[in-house]
Ligand binder design. Structure first.
Ligand SMILES: [Zn+2]
Ligand SMILES: [Zn+2]
Length: 511
């Protein structure tokens, strides 16, 4: 039988309330685990524990694993975009060749220490399992290590940064680790289901925690708001780690022996209060589009999955159908095994990323008379709601086939916002931003045969804005875009300008 390894983890609510004390407790724990082969013991303990849990808890863990893979992927994607944006925005503000890496290296160890602690504590206070996962990151999430040498943090970034950000990542990137890589390689070919899940669960939890911590360290460093990590409500009443009764008993004994009965009582009460707070932040969401449910009963359940007590929710019939095609048919109504859990997480959710809401013509605001060209555009969009806009190769309508344009998700959201405003009110600034997005599209896809002049002419006609006015606005946007090597559409940059403002306000805090 595996050695029973029981620690009293510094409670997660302490990370928020008294981060320094919490961090000191963790430092003690790190010293303890450094004296023996921690990864092996930890792994054996988890395997032992998982072999004793009931089958439905094992299924729950597989589902949680699958959703961890997916959310970590999204998190890392957002992180690399944020770094790119912050770096360029600070270039904009300071008018120097400064970037994030240089600023971090230039900061003093004391400044780095402050932000490292804020970032790590914020990440660990998100949820129980993330707090406890800090013990799996004894190399990475050490405040002293991150502050003494600025390169430590930058190396963590480079291990997850992606060269190509034009498409969505399908798998998270992992942080190499001298202590875990050995355990990983010795069990890499294990065909034992429990061992496979335990090992991969450890790795993904580590990856997620480090990614959230990095995100928060950068945000704190630039004076931005810390990220709010959403917690997903699972159908089963089970939250936290699926510990067996024997394990809970052992934990209680240790805490009582080490800290006394009174302290144990306080510990229990605080944990209960913190759990309550945690549960109030959980929400149910549509498996396909991610839309949050006001109440769980408002969403439809997959019936085949409900039969095996797995809750899969959808906001609409369309979402259910789309999800079926991309991934759900793989796992519907079937008990999961490790490979299925992994596959269902990494299937590219390209189509699922596009909300299926159809184009509905917005009503024109009083005083805005839509030109015929705009009405024609709206007609075209209504017939193919999956497309975002139609560009014409010539301004004469008639026999030509207009090109349907589809924007990638991170641009689409901003494009649609301005499209709606322009179509409703004829707002010239929004129309210019639409135009800028279309021009960006032609720059990226030179083969479409669309020309800059024609697009400007088209938008000018659709929203009755004189070409010269439109060109003036576009010149301004061009200048903004030129600050970014990838020259993203101005709508995207402007959407991130609140970061810029936050940065200017908090600009002096790394002196
Ligand atoms: Zn949905
Ligand atoms: Zn199903």
């Amino acid at each position: 039988m595996a050695t029973m390894l029981v620690f009293k983890m510094p409670p997660f609510y302490k990370a928020k309330e008294s981060p320094e004390e919490w961090d000191a407790e963790y430092e003690d724990l790190f010293k303890q685990i450094a004296t023996f082969d921690f990864p092996r013991h930890y792994f054996d303990r988890e395997v032992f524990q998982d072999r004793t849990i009931k089958q439905h808890l094992h299924q729950d863990k597989l589902l949680r694993y699958s959703s961890l893979v997916q959310s970590t992927c999204q998190l890392q994607d957002g992180l690399s975009r944020m770094i790119a944006c912050v770096t360029l925005l600070c270039k904009d503000t300071l008018r120097t060749n400064d970037n994030f890496a240089a600023r971090w290296m230039m900061a003093s160890a004391a400044v780095r220490k402050k932000h490292a602690l804020i970032g790590i504590a914020a990440a660990c206070s998100v949820a129980h399992d993330l707090n406890e996962a800090r013990i799996l990151c004894s190399e990475e999430l050490r405040v002293s290590r991150l502050s003494d040498d600025g390169r430590v943090l930058l190396n963590l970034f480079s291990s997850i940064s992606r060269q190509d950000t034009s498409c969505n990542p399908t798998e998270p990137k992992y942080f190499p680790s001298t202590i875990w890589d050995r355990t990983r390689s010795s069990h890499a070919n294990s065909s034992d289901e429990v061992e496979k899940l335990v090992l991969n669960y450890i790795i993904i939890l580590r990856t997620k925690l480090i990614s959230i911590a990095l995100d928060n360290i950068v945000r704190s460093f630039f004076g931005l708001e810390l990220s709010e990590i959403k917690l997903i409500k699972h159908a089963s009443p089970q939250t936290g780690s699926p510990s067996s009764d024997a394990f809970q008993q052992a934990l209680r004994n240790v805490v009582q022996t080490v800290h006394g009965k009174e302290e144990y009582k306080t510990f229990k009460a605080e944990t209960k209060a913190a759990k309550k707070d945690l549960n109030s932040r959980r929400f149910s969401r549509c498996t396909e589009c991610g839309k949050e449910a006001e109440s769980r009963s408002a969403f439809q359940k997959c019936i085949a999955c409900a039969k095996i007590s797995r809750e899969v929710l959808y906001c609409s019939r369309d979402c259910q159908e789309a999800n079926w095609k991309t991934s759900h048919k793989l796992i519907c109504g079937k008990p999961l095994d490790f490979d299925l859990a992994f596959q269902s997480a990494i299937i590219p959710t390209q189509s699922s990323k596009r909300p299926s809401d159809s184009f509905s013509s917005p009503k024109a605001a009083a005083g805005f008379n839509r030109p015929l060209a705009l009405l024609e555009q709206m007609d075209l969009l209504q017939s193919t709601p999956s497309l975002d806009y139609y560009a014409r190769r010539s301004v004469c309508t008639g026999n030509e086939d207009p090109s349907g344009i589809e924007f990638p998700e991170h641009i689409r959201t901003h494009f649609l916002e301005h499209r709606k405003k322009a179509m409703t009110t004829g707002d010239p600034r929004s129309a210019a931003l639409i135009c800028d997005c279309l021009l960006w599209h032609t720059e990226c896809h030179k083969s479409t045969g669309l020309s800059r002049d024609k697009i400007i002419e088209q938008i000018s006609g659709e929203y009755s804005i004189p070409v010269t006015n439109l060109q003036l606005a576009l010149e301004e946007f061009d200048e903004l875009r030129s600050l970014f090597p990838a020259r993203p559409p101005a709508a995207l940059i402007l959407a991130h300008l609140d970061w810029n403002l936050a940065y200017v306000r908090g600009g002096s805090h790394d002196q």
